[in-house]
Ligand binder design. Sequence first.
Ligand SMILES: Nc1ncnc2c1ncn2[C@@H]1O[C@H](COP(=O)(O)OP(=O)(O)O)[C@@H](O)[C@H]1O
Ligand SMILES: [Mg+2]
Length: 311
Amino acid sequence: MPLVELVNLRKEYKTLVAVKGLSLTLEPGDIFGFIGPNGAGKTTTIKMLATLLEPTSGIARVNGINVAENPEAVRSLIGYMPDAFGVYDDFKVWEYLDFFAAAYKVPKIDRPGLIDMALDLTTLTEKKDAYVDELSRGMKQRLCLAKTLIHDPKVLLLDEPASGLDPRARIEIKELLKELKAMGKTIIVSSHILPELADFCTSVGIIERGELIVAGPIEAIMKQVLGGRVLEIRVPDIDREKATALLPSVEHVKSVKRIGETLRVDYSGTLDDQSEVLLALIHGGVRVQSFAEQDTDLEDIFLRVTKGLVA
Ligand SMILES: Nc1ncnc2c1ncn2[C@@H]1O[C@H](COP(=O)(O)OP(=O)(O)O)[C@@H](O)[C@H]1O
Ligand SMILES: [Mg+2]
């Protein structure tokens, strides 16, 4: 059974259709990057999953439970981090967490231990007795994450957790997300900035004007959008012309471009086929200095998708 399932989920605000029939399935341990420009419908979708907005139509399920029919049961399974942090002037850090733990009906006796764990994970232990409004923006954001973890939810719904932070604080949030991934959490994390999510998402969905334009495992999306992989091959100057002439005749090679010192090859074959390219070069007498597959470039995918290069 999928852990999170959206079936034709739709939300209308009066005349505006914010989410237009969105379908999505997440298995336990999936980290789903929900990417799209402002106003695309990310927050609306996440709020429906978080039981805070009723879908106009369609179904959202968490662990098989229909969100609209049994919101209470769903709430104990999810940790929701909203895109805006509320003001809690008179709370100390530990009181803030204790308040939410109580709201989630965590037994009083278990709370101190859980609070310490959440503080440790978000590196806020030193700030336990500080007032919330004395924290830096980055710390507040981490505290907000600590709050979403306090009842040990299976699924985390994080709405732009790194937005508005300086580069250092962004890195801290990223590190934290990696730890949560390692803990086995299933995460939906939204962003309007792509590279931010690239290194730890297992799947991504790109949303525009309420519609998922593409969604799936990163590898599959790469294939769908780029038509395969990009190989970067370095050869000595004297062999470059030979290589450029030879490569287009190798099976699955779509194009060859010279970029600085390297040759960039658009390649539609599988990983197993890929070695044939290297063999062909060597048999052709080309000395190969390096041969590598270019890293997944989510930004590139995003640009191609939003430019309408994908039907
Ligand atoms: N409460 C609301 N009432 C009316 N329109 C809304 C409301 N909330 C969001 N919208 C509109 O719905 C669309 C999607 O918004 P949102 O889900 O916040 O997108 P995102 O989080 O991707 O920026 C936008 O056009 C936004 O203006
Ligand atoms: Mg939003």
